[in-house]
Ligand binder design. Structure first.
Ligand SMILES: C[S@@+](CC[C@H](N)C(=O)[O-])C[C@H]1O[C@@H](n2cnc3c(N)ncnc32)[C@H](O)[C@@H]1O
Length: 347
């Protein structure tokens, strides 16, 4: 077994928020090095099962090695969680007791010399989670207009100097390596002021854009709710305010019976709550965890539980399965529904 290279963040809090139980079925949408997955499998033994997803084939290799001892209880797939619903149906892995998203990058990716995620190592400006993605950070840097770059750096990096950086980038192009970009940013805004390196926000913005992180998160969270069985748990750890805002807004909206604007005198939306918030206030790492693992310092954990009756669950799953049947290969609706009923009665 290879040595762990990524310390799982808020590990105990994740296990508690997921309410991991023996025999439970869980999906880890961001498998990474398999740290959370190993703890989930430990706690759900005997009989627990885990579907692990990661877009990065290198992460999947590391997780496979780490989870070797649990190979009979795990299914690890190299996919993007934007297809969560189809992945679960394809592998007949639903309903589930809990779904975890631990967003962003693993230390494996950040420390990898050739991936371009870090502004501390010189590398090609790549930043793709998966080599099957077409657009790299260099493509965005070298082909976007100055206005597009400024907008991207401002929106995804919340960078106050987006216009100066975009202007300088356009003057210096082509820019193909991380250190070339770091020098360009430093020339645009000067050296370090305060705790953050001047390139931090631009690198975050590019990574988010390359991997469509915010769009994929929003789409996957909505799909995740549908896969949860009775009182199934959704747990998300985010690392910056853009991610956290999406998680918070979705959980808050889905925990309300009416989402009409406050000015509407009578409810016209017909919305029904599908979630109950587990923690009203966000959970953050203790000072001791931050000291042990500084990477955890910006982590925010939110958790919610699915509200659904069994009848409602069967009905929506049937409707939902019908629409997915059209594009999921090799899937047989009657067989799946039979399995679903058996699995659901065990949840
Ligand atoms: C913070 S790490 C997870 C670490 C993991 N919890 C552990 O304990 O080792 C995030 C992982 O999510 C993966 N990831 C990010 N976005 C993804 C997406 N849209 N689909 C699939 N995997 C994704 C990244 O490749 C990375 O390996």
């Amino acid at each position: 077994m290879s040595a762990p290279t990524h310390i799982p963040v808020l590990l105990q809090e994740v296990i508690e928020a997921l309410a991991v139980q023996p025999g439970g079925r869980y999906i880890d949408c961001t498998l990474g090095a398999g740290g959370h997955a190993a703890a989930i499998l430990d706690r759900s033994s005997p009989g627990g099962q885990l579907l692990g997803i990661d877009a990065d084939p290198e992460a999947l290799r590391a997780a496979k090695a780490r989870l070797e001892a649990y190979s009979s209880s795990t299914l690890l797939v190299n996919e993007n969680f934007v297809d969560l619903e189809a992945i679960s149906i394809k592998h007949d892995f639903l309903p589930v007791h809990g779904i975890l998203f631990d967003l962003g990058l693993s230390s494996l990716q950040l420390n990898s010399q050739g991936r371009g995620f870090s502004f501390q190592h010189d590398a090609p400006l790549d930043m793709r989670f998966s080599p099957s993605q077409e657009v790299t950070a260099a493509d965005i840097i070298n082909t976007s207009s100055e206005a597009e770059l400024a907008h991207l750096i401002k929106t995804y990096g919340e960078e106050g100097h987006s216009h100066q950086i975009a202007h300088r980038v356009v003057q210096e192009r082509p820019i193909n390596t991380t250190l070339q970009l770091v020098r360009t940013i430093e020339q645009a805004v000067g050296g370090r002021r305060g705790r953050l390196h001047p390139a931090t926000k631009t690198f975050q913005a590019l990574r988010i854009a390359v991997n469509h992180e915010l769009e994929h998160l929003e789409a996957a969270l909505k799909q995740a709710i549908n896969l949860l069985g009775f009182e199934g748990r959704l747990v998300v750890i985010s690392y910056h305010s853009l991610e956290d805002r999406i998680v918070k807004q979705l959980m808050q909206q889905e925990s309300k019976d009416c989402i009409c604007p406050p000015s509407t005198p009578i409810c016209v939306c017909g919305h029904k709550a599908s979630l109950r918030l587990i923690n009203k206030r966000v959970i953050t790492p203790s000072p001791a965890e931050i000291q042990l693992n500084p990477r955890s310092r910006s982590a925010k954990l939110r958790a919610a539980e699915r509200i659904i009756t069994r009848d409602e669950y069967y009905r929506t799953t049937e409707e939902h399965s019908f629409s997915v049947q059209l594009n999921a290969e090799g899937w047989r609706r009657p067989a799946l529904l039979k399995k679903l009923r058996v699995a659901f009665s065990a949840v």
